[in-house]
Ligand binder design. Structure first.
Ligand code: AHR
Length: 656
């Protein structure tokens, strides 16, 4: 085993600063395989909530670039004296139903200018290239366009100019790149029309050039990097409740999210007005991050794609509209077409669309979710129709079905019974519960049926206050409770095949829901302690769960120690995850029951902090961060002092 020389070498049983009161003894049997761990085990769940997409990972800096928001000039401020008729919003209606509105600017003598405020301002980096583009048409040339980046003091920190020369009825795209000369945390963008004439403009867009993989019109690299660092097994997208919509008209329709961005129909984001105390009237889904980009993202970071589709039901917390069963066909067709879009040959209609967008090779879709948090007989009825059609054409695709909103109660019991009767492939269970629930339920799956549907822990997060409370914190307390719970999922990897924390992203100024895995502002992003728990599990996934037996000592049962043991057959390593979710330091001993034992030097990764209330922040992004070290162990025994409220991952080479 290669040990990094720079890591501190610690004698495991002599870590200072502890007075271990209790001791837990485990026997690990690396040769007693209990289950294979699926490559999908630890994944991520992306939903456009908390400015996750627009204003978040989708790097577009202009808010309301196509004037389609409810108020067409939302996000824009017209400067100078207002002259009636000089700036008009026109609606092409039937000519372009996807993006009907555009702006007509008439310039006579004085230049006209407008400022876009961005999403909570614009993060601008000194020296970076910015790519501006817009669509225009004009009968005659005569207008010059200047653009400026502004800092918080309205000083110009980057500029460029361009003269649109094409004339006629057709729309043209013009692009211009320029560099920022200074930094701004909350910058703005100004567009100035000068000269004389009339020009129609639309899709006024600005992107930083440092997007993920340098893709034009792409994603924020720092946010994608945090996902890539997790090495997730899958990406579940696009929701969440936005799949369902407030009503059926605002449900997520994947076909409207592909193709050229100017042809993607924007809709209101369900989180715009969902939280009465966190209203976000300017929150829309422009779908610049659409289904093609989701598949591409999953592929980029080595994860399987798991799209979740609307099952003919709007959010049951909102209108609860359902599509009559005899009118469900278009919804089912959307699901069938999606599989073709992802996997179909380039000669198939939807495979061709994928190829035209730049990806002739299939995305290799293996799973599809039908419904998000849907429940009741109305869900089962619709699901049965979906299942019949999907299984008939694509028997190889595993279907993910909703286990409802809660891990227990009437809704859950009903769905669990019905889905098992249907022999569902995978049941998507959600748990937004207090940290104590996570600790009390680490054995949830120990007694689950070993045959029948597999389990996907599709959305979970420990709520330090209560669900949808604005006081929930991403603190050490919630992270440690989740870590303890994850050891339970791992021990049951024969039936639990996937898990993802929720929600994934939140903008520090634009969130609706907390807690969230990753927080960002306009320029920075950081992982919460909960993120590092995910990372420690996902980066140490291993290949097989092995037997771990705890010596039952009455007084220490319920002492807050939780553990799981796995091996990695490729690297021939034993990986133990152990959590001390108690308020006291404790000693744990793992007796390794194999013939030749283990290497006597192991790698240790520990996550802890001084207080359960500790959190990471933009200013202190790594206050809680896994500490790496190497420890000395015995040939057949690992002894470790565990600080209170801590998670540890021990990795050691097996000698057999
Ligand atoms: O993750 C936030 C929301 O919680 C999701 O949209 C929904 O599925 C669940 O209720």
């Amino acid at each position: 085993m290669a040990i990094k020389q720079s890591l501190p070498l610690i004698f495991a049983a002599t870590i200072t600063g502890f007075s271990a009161a209790a001791q837990s003894v485990f026997t690990v049997q690396p040769n007693q395989i209990k289950a294979e761990i699926q490559a999908t085990m630890w994944g991520v769940f992306f939903e456009d909530i908390n400015m996750g997409a627009d204003g978040g990972i989708y790097a577009e800096m202009i808010k309301n670039r196509s004037f389609e928001f409810y108020k067409p000039l939302m996000g824009w401020t017209v400067e100078g004296k207002k002259v009636e008729g000089e700036l008009l919003i026109l609606n092409r209606g039937d000519v372009n139903t996807a993006n009907p509105r555009f702006l007509r600017v008439q310039v006579q003598k004085e230049a006209k200018s407008m400022v876009n405020e961005g999403f909570k301002g614009m993060g601008i980096k000194a020296g970076l290239r910015y790519d501006f583009s817009f669509l225009y048409r004009q009968a005659n040339a005569g207008i010059k366009i200047q653009v400026e980046l502004l800092n918080e003091l309205n000083e110009v920190i980057g500029k460029g100019e361009v003269i649109p020369t094409s004339v006629g009825d057709k729309w043209h795209k013009l692009e211009l790149s320029f560099n920022a000369t200074a930094h701004a945390q909350k910058g703005k963008f100004r567009i100035i029309f000068s000269g004389a004439g009339v020009i129609d403009v639309d899709m006024i867009s600005l992107f930083p050039s440092d997007t993920w993989k340098g893709r034009k019109g792409g994603l924020r690299a720092d946010m994608v990097q945090l996902l890539a660092d997790l090495k997730p097994g899958f990406v579940r997208f696009p929701g969440g409740c936005i799949v369902e919509g407030h009503d059926l008209s605002t449900r997520y329709q994947w076909k409207k999210t592909i193709g050229p961005v100017e042809e993607r129909t924007l809709i209101i984001n369900r989180w715009n007005n969902q939280m009465a105390n966190r209203l976000a009237p300017d929150y829309y889904q422009t779908f610049g991050l659409g289904f093609y980009e989701y598949f591409q993202l999953a592929e980029d970071i080595g994860a399987q794609a798991l799209p979740i589709l609307n099952c003919g039901m709007a959010c049951q917390f909102n209108t609860a509209e359902v599509v009559p069963l005899d009118q469900l066909e278009p919804y089912i067709q959307d699901a069938l077409d999606l599989i073709e879009f992802a996997n179909g040959d380039v000669k198939t209609p939807w495979g061709k669309v994928r190829a035209q967008m730049g990806h002739p090779n299939p995305f290799n879709l293996k799973m599809l979710g039908v419904g998000n948090e849907n429940w009741g007989p109305q869900y089962i009825e619709r699901l049965k129709l979906f299942t019949k059609a999907l299984k008939a054409k694509y028997p190889e695709i595993k279907l993910v079905n909703s286990g409802g909103t809660d891990p227990d109660g009437e809704r859950f019991e009903y769905l669990n019974t019905e889905l098992r009767k249907m022999n569902a492939d995978i049941i998507d269970e959600h748990y937004y519960r207090k940290p104590e629930w996570f600790l009390q339920n680490t054995a949830r799956y120990d007694n689950y049926p070993r045959t029948g549907p597999k389990i996907f822990a599709g959305e979970y997060a420990a709520q330090t206050d209560k669900v949808v409370s604005v006081n929930n914190k991403n603190n050490l307390k919630s992270a440690i409770a989740e870590a303890a719970f994850l050891t339970g999922l791992e021990r049951n990897a024969d039936i639990v095949i996937m898990a993802s924390y929720a929600p994934l992203f939140a903008h520090v100024e634009g969130w609706q829901w907390t807690p969230d895995l990753i927080w960002v502002d306009n320029l920075k992003a950081y992982g919460t302690p909960n993120y590092y728990v995910q990372k420690l599990f996902a980066n140490n996934r291993g290949t097989h769960v092995v037997n771990l037996i705890r010596k039952e000592i009455k007084e220490t049962v319920g002492d807050g120690i939780y553990a799981s043991a796995i091996i990695d057959k490729q690297s021939n390593e034993l990986i133990i995850k152990v959590v001390n979710a108690s308020e006291k330091a404790q000693e744990v001993i793992f007796n390794v029951d194999n013939k030749k034992g283990i290497q006597t030097i192991a790698k240790l990764n520990s996550l802890s902090s001084n207080s359960l209330d500790d959190e990471n922040t933009i200013a202190k992004p790594k206050q809680i961060f896994p500490e790496e070290s190497v420890i000395k162990v015995k040939k057949h025994q690992i002894a470790l002092q565990l600080k209170q409220n801590s998670l540890h991952v021990i990795k050691v080479k097996l000698m057999d």
